[in-house]
Write a protein that binds this ligand. Structure first.
Ligand code: GDP
Ligand code: MG
Length: 163
């Protein structure tokens, strides 16, 4: 079976937008409201040199009603457990939040290979200012705009190097 790449992060950072962008399909629903992705969604990326399966998770930290929350968290944990590589997505415009730090701690203790993806960097001129505070998390880092496509080919190269 193909290697598995899991997209993980707090709600609203653009995980589903990134999933769609890499997949080149509008498969995942994206929304400017938190907690829209509930079930983990799988897609096969076959247009790159090294094909892989990608999973968009509902987010490790949630603001949904209690009974849904445990189920979504469990799906995210399962995706992380099964993954060969994690794309840890954060929002460059919003900056580093406490929820990002919670996700970070969870990923660090998972021992998985992680690439930190600073999303919503909608152009190269924003890269330097928006990425700065995220270097402290200690993961290899790259900037993208899932909405506009900036940085996606660099990210894809990074993924393929690590699979
Ligand atoms: P998720 O909850 O992490 O899956 O996030 P979504 O993919 O649903 O996106 C959340 C919001 O962020 C939506 O309103 C998106 O349009 C917006 N968004 C996602 N990617 C980008 C980006 O690269 N730049 C900007 N400016 N907005 C983005
Ligand atoms: Mg989503």
């Amino acid at each position: 079976s193909l290697p598995l790449v899991a997209i993980v992060g707090r709600p609203n950072v653009g995980k589903s937008s990134l999933f769609n962008r890499i997949l080149r399909q509008k498969k995942a629903i994206t929304h400017d409201r938190s907690g829209v992705t509930r079930d983990s969604l799988f897609g096969e990326v076959t247009h790159l040199e090294k094909p892989f399966t990608m999973v968009d998770t509902g987010g490790l930290v949630l603001e949904t009603p209690q009974e849904l929350e445990e189920e979504i968290l469990e799906q995210a944990r399962e995706a992380i457990y099964a993954a060969d590589l994690i794309l840890f997505v954060v929002d460059g415009r919003q900056g580093l939040t406490g929820m990002d730090e919670d996700v970070c701690a969870y990923l660090r203790q998972s021992g998985k290979d992680v690439v930190l993806v600073v999303n919503k960097v909608d152009g190269p001129e924003l890269e330097e200012t928006l990425a700065t505070e995220f270097y402290a998390l200690g993961f290899p880092l790259t900037c993208v705009s899932a909405a506009h496509g900036f940085g996606i080919s660099v990210l894809q190269d990074l993924i393929e190097e690590r699979l």
